[in-house]
Ligand binder design. Sequence first.
Ligand code: SAM
Length: 266
Amino acid sequence: MLSYQHIYHAGNLADVQKHLWLITVLDYLTQKDKPFLWIDTHAGRGLYDLSAPEAQKIKEYESGILKFYKDWQGNDNLPAPLTRYRDFINNLNKDELIKYPGSAYLAMKIMRPTDKLYAFDLHKGEFPHLQKTLQQYINSDPRFEDGFMGLKSLIPHTTLKRGGALIDPSYEVKEEYTQTAQAIIEAHKKWPQGIYMAWYPILDKGHHEDLVNQLMALGLPDEDFTIDEWHFGEVERGMKGTGMVIINPPYGSIDTMAKIKLYLNQ
Ligand SMILES: C[S@@+](CC[C@H](N)C(=O)[O-])C[C@H]1O[C@@H](n2cnc3c(N)ncnc32)[C@H](O)[C@@H]1O
């Protein structure tokens, strides 16, 4: 029985980092005409209401998206992915930041009708929200199934040769760090050209090091493997920071995200 609900954390700094990477990678994939496959193994609701009591409980978005969002308005000199991110959020809101886009929503906004999204969530309260978020997109396939198994079963795809996956577990149990690493190692064997992006929390206990070390043991060259960590000034709710590991990062994406990190002073 899963208890984690992302609405308590939506729009926090981890979401900002993760969603900026997602936009950067998906925008790159749309530069070529050939359709692509995207797999969101842990999709959540796809869209979050920050005025809901759950989001209001800890208000994590205040030290995340809300910290930057107002300064981005009317700014024509933002790095490209920030402009995209701001505009996706603006399109959901009027004067106040209330609706926040999740990974599956952002993917569908960027992907073209010829591309295909598979979005998994195994929480029975969350899945109906995900279905609702994706209902108007006929090229999306929300599934109430285990995302790790889903990834394994969908690749290599028979027709879509380009694309990748976002693996964004809640890490409710520490086994998920190894499970994430092993799922990526297995997927990379089956589909070596796929782009794999995994998010992880940087904790005092250092569990994320197992995940990172197992993936580093793949021995991939620097241009095919990158780690991006944003460290918080102080420990927030047991988290020291937020991390992403990306296998096969698109050309230019490492530099783009490094500039964004500097711009956001992270
Ligand atoms: C961190 S949240 C996802 C947030 C989302 N990716 C975003 O960026 O908007 C993790 C989600 O994974 C779901 N989940 C947990 N274990 C799962 C599994 N084995 N397969 C699919 N979904 C799972 C949880 O219900 C939760 O909604």
